[in-house]
Ligand binder design. Structure first.
Ligand code: AMP
Length: 283
């Protein structure tokens, strides 16, 4: 497994591989790798000739300083996991390889409505930071395929929009969410949940399942907020931030049921001071 820190070295290496006809798969991550990330890596390895995984905790996408400061870092373990999976290339750039100074960015990208709803609404600036770093990575890696998790469904839609609007010739693949045995979606932030309240963390997923089945049984979507609030009300350590029904093709919030193949239910909430997100499809 090759590890690159400098973008010029990575670009030079990948240019040569491309000349040999190698198909490049790209998996961007912020490290603290778990089975969710590794599912993306495995898929990239199985579908392409060269899997490039980036590990970079992108300061521009954190709207909360405390979240950035507490973000787990475990580079040595991550490299061990990637090697074990058979990942061929890791890009581990120091911050200055991507930003002179992330706090002094003069070029910004605007992504429209997606920035104003759900994650965009509650994490101002988050998607601009994500979008900018992904564009930088796409320009450096020039992958044939890129792999993103369904866990971050709105992010997946942002990337779909970027690829389409900026005419990247990249195939985007959405990989299903990996979960713990109790249903909690795997996340690097889970390791910060205090042990004594950890069993409660899966209640957000249970809440999604409960609301989903109520809607499928004919409950009106306008009851969604009430259903979720009452399901979560016994658990004082949990705080619901939002639950919304969205149309998966365009990521619009919807107020009435549409074709079940085109809907997802998205949730965000806090356990203690740790923010979790999750979603379920209807098909
Ligand atoms: P992150 O390191 O949190 O930026 O995540 C990197 C990639 O892994 C993103 O495309 C995420 O959607 C994906 N990912 C994170 N958690 C999971 C999970 N539990 N299952 C599948 N993919 C995931």
């Amino acid at each position: 497994m090759l590890v690159f820190n400098a973008k010029k070295d990575l670009i030079h290496f990948l240019d040569n591989e491309r000349i040999k006809g190698k198909k490049i798969g790209f998996v961007p991550t912020m490290g603290a790798l778990h089975q969710g990330h590794l599912a993306l890596i495995r898929k990239a390895i199985s579908e392409t000739d060269l899997c490039v995984c980036s590990i970079f905790v992108n300061p521009a996408q954190f709207n909360n300083r405390e979240d950035l400061d507490n973000y787990p870092i475990s580079t040595e373990e991550d490299l061990g996991k990637l090697k074990q999976e058979g990942c061929q290339v890791v890009f581990l750039p120091p911050s200055h390889e991507l930003y002179d100074n992330p706090m002094e960015l003069r070029t910004t990208l605007h992504f429209g409505e997606i920035e104003t709803i759900l994650e965009g609404r509650y994490r101002p600036g988050h998607f601009r930071g994500v979008g900018l770093v992904v564009v930088k990575f796409f320009n450096i890696v020039e992958p044939d395929c890129t792999y993103f998790g369904q866990k971050d469904l709105q992010q997946y839609h942002l990337i779909k929009q970027i690829i389409r609007d900026l005419s990247y010739d990249i195939r985007l693949i959405c990989v299903p969410t990996e979960r713990e045995s109790d249903g909690l979606a795997m996340s690097s932030r889970n390791q910060r949940i205090p042990g004594e309240i950890r069993p409660l963390a899966s209640k957000f997923y249970e809440c999604l399942q409960y609301c989903r089945s109520a809607l499928l049984k004919g409950e009106k979507p306008e009851k969604l907020q009430m259903l979720a609030a009452s399901f979560l009300s016994p658990y004082q350590d949990l705080r619901l931030e939002y639950i919304e029904l969205v149309e998966t093709e365009n990521f619009h919030i919807i107020e009435k049921m549409v074709d079940r193949n085109k809907m997802a239910l998205c949730i965000a909430g806090y356990i203690h001071n740790i923010r979790l997100i999750d979603n379920v499809m209807f098909n």
